[in-house]
Structure formats: structure tokens, C-alpha cells
Design a protein around this ligand. Sequence first.
Ligand code: ADP
Length: 426
Amino acid sequence: MIGLWRREIGIFLLLATVTSIIGGVTGLFFPLTCALLLAVLMRQIFQINRFERWISMGARGSYPKTRGIWEEIYYGVYRIKKNEKRRKKKLGKMVDQFRQSTEALPDAAVVLGAYDEIEWSNKAAREVLGLQTSDKGQRIPNLVRFPEFIRYLKSGNYQEDIILPSPVDSRITLSVRIVSYGAGLRLLLAQDVTQLKQMERMRKDFVANVSHELRTPLTVLKGYLETLQDLDDGTSPLLTGSLEQMRGQTERMQHLVDDLLLLARLETQKKKSQCVNVPALLNQICREGGDFDKSARHIELSLATEENIFGDEQELRSAFTNLLENAIKYSPDDTEVKVRWYRNGEAVVLEVEDFGEGIAPADIPRVTERFYRSEVKRNRKVAGTGLGLAIVKHVLMRHDARLAIASELGKGSRFSCHFPLNRVCS
Ligand code: ADP
């Protein structure tokens, strides 16, 4: 390029020198210099005009024949244009492939704009959400009209999915999730979870039915065992011991069945809500806790607030009782158990604290799992089903509350239930 410029300037200088010499000899220096400058100017105007016409026609095809620096300019533009064309083709192919793969996705996908308008949807979205290709630009709340969906869409909190029936066929259950990306864009994903939900329902029904069916034979067994114990005159230590063990195991099984039934009810029953007088409930539970505990342990109840909360009294009673019974079960007889009801910044809190054996750090995240009991307790034969904290967790979930566990081995444990302030009632 620099070489070409030098050549261009060289030619001009040569022409200027020749013109000056001829001008000097003939005495026509000024008119000849003007003629040279005019000629150079005309040539450049002609080239610019030709270049402009070529560009305005889209710089398509081969460029006009020319030489020198102008040929280089034409060639540069021609090359940029060609590369751009190649890139565009490649990009178009990629977009096509992406479109085809998202069309083939088994899950519904819809791209939503800043005003909830549909920007794009795939085939599955048209099938399970009933959207049409012509719905592009329409706001999705006008097409998928479930109040729960509209609330979810408006909330802006898309951390969890919601479960909805399909607007096309109510027998299809969808798990809907929104993912935010880019500037104000959102991707709505809907997955068909009908089979999964059906299996879950079958499992819940099975557990509930089996527990229910076991109740009657257990009551009969327990009744006969009590009669046999009454009849036992103590002459055979083997018989007395066996009867006592049988009674203990039937009682354990009865607790298990009761806990399983309660869990099944928590999973399937509709929520009931009334204003529950928590201070009164805690007073009662602590009194009953004293009866449950055979030792002379001190249960200290502190009511720092008089707040009541919306919820189901029965459910809250079983959750709080479970926490208190655990505190009593897993701490020595001569230690205190503290129950507190107080309000902090963003929640009302029920706290049950004991100074017992505590929970190992590795066990803390697992103690709310069904049937999870840490090995130490199994060996020590502390009675329990391993379902108590699972019940607590479920009850709290149904009350929009969360459970926090702080514990240290050998020092004690603190279980806190945090209820959001919108649950407070007078
Ligand atoms: P269960 O008490 O019937 O075994 P839970 O679900 O109530 O079942 O508790 C699960 C496990 O959590 C218990 O087996 C015990 O290991 C541990 N745990 C619960 N509460 C306490 C507590 N206050 N102190 C120490 N360990 C506890």
C-alpha cells in the first residue's frame, strides 16, 4: 500500500516537473500548471464517482477495472464484503441448526420479552401450552390464564418451579420454570411431569393405606398383650420379659404408623388456616412435656411476644411437641430445656434449646430426612421413629416457615422455627 502511494506521488511529481520545464521554456508556466492540477482533480472526481456508484449498488460482483491506489481500495472493500458474506452464511447456518434443535426439544420453551410478550416458542410449547405461531408478540398472561402462573410471572422470583395443569389437556401436569437472561429477556421452560406426579401420588397413597390398614391389627394385638400381662402372675421370668418386650415393640410400631399417617396427611391434605394462639399453645405443650418427662427436669418457657400466627393448630402442636420431646430425649435429666417465643426483625421465632448430647456436624443437614437417626442414638436405644423432624419440616413448610438447627456435640442443640411476619395475626 505504501509502495503504491509512493508511486502515485512519484507520478504526480514527475508530471509537475515536466509541466514546469515545458512551462518555463514556453513561458506558459501558470496555464500549464493549472491544466495539470485540473486534470488530476478531474481524474480523482471521476474515480470517486465510479466508486460511489459501485458502493451504492451494494458493491456486488467484480469491481470496475482500474489501476494504482484505486485498484487497491476497490480490492480492500471487495475482500471485506466477501468475508462478511461468508460469516453471515455461517451464522445463518448456526441459527438454523439451533432453531431445529430447540424445535425438537421435548420440553416447551418460550422466549419472553420485557413486557411478557412472546418473542419465540418451540413446537412443544405450541403442543402443551396451546400457543400458536401467530401468537408472537402477544402477552403470555392473556394466553396462559392460571392465577398461580400469573402470580409467579409477576413475582420476579423464579428460584423454584411451579406445577400447573396444561391449558390444552388438564390431565397433563407441567412443571414450569422461568430463567432470566440478557437484557430483560426470560426463557420459560415447561416440562411434562404427569408420570412423575402420578408415581408420587401412588407412593403417598400406598404409605397412607398401609399405615391405615396396620392400625386395627396393632390395636387388637396391644389389647390382647395388656390382657395377657394382667393375667401373668410372674412365675415365669421368660414369659414376663417376652410380654414386656412385645408390648414395647407394638407401642413403637403404633408410633411409627401414627407418624407415617400424619406425614401422609401433611402431604395430601388441604391447608387449614386459623389464628392460632401460640403463647397458650406453648404453655400447654410445656406442661404436657413435663408429664412426658419422667425426671424432675426444668422446662423454662419465655414468652417475649404475644404474637399469634395464622395456621393449623393441630399441625403446629405436633411440630412443637416433637421439638420439645427431642430436647428432653436427647439431654441428661439434670439439664434445663429452654423454650422461647420472640420476634426479631423479619420473623417471629420459636426456639427450643437443650444442653444435651448435640448433633455431629455431618448429621445436621440429614436429621430432617425420613427415618434418619444418628448411629449414637440407635446404639443407645433411645426410643424414636426417625420421623419427628421430617414432620416438623413439613409442618413448617406448610406455614411458609423455615427450620434452623444449631448444634455442637456434647454441648447441646438449638432448633428455631422462623415464621414470616405476614403470618402474624391478632
Ligand atoms: P427420632 O427422635 O424419633 O429418632 P427425629 O426425626 O425427631 O427422630 O430426629 C432425628 C434424629 O435427629 C434423632 O435420631 C437424633 O439423632 C437427632 N436429634 C433430633 N433432635 C435432637 C436433639 N435435641 N439433640 C440431639 N440430637 C437430636
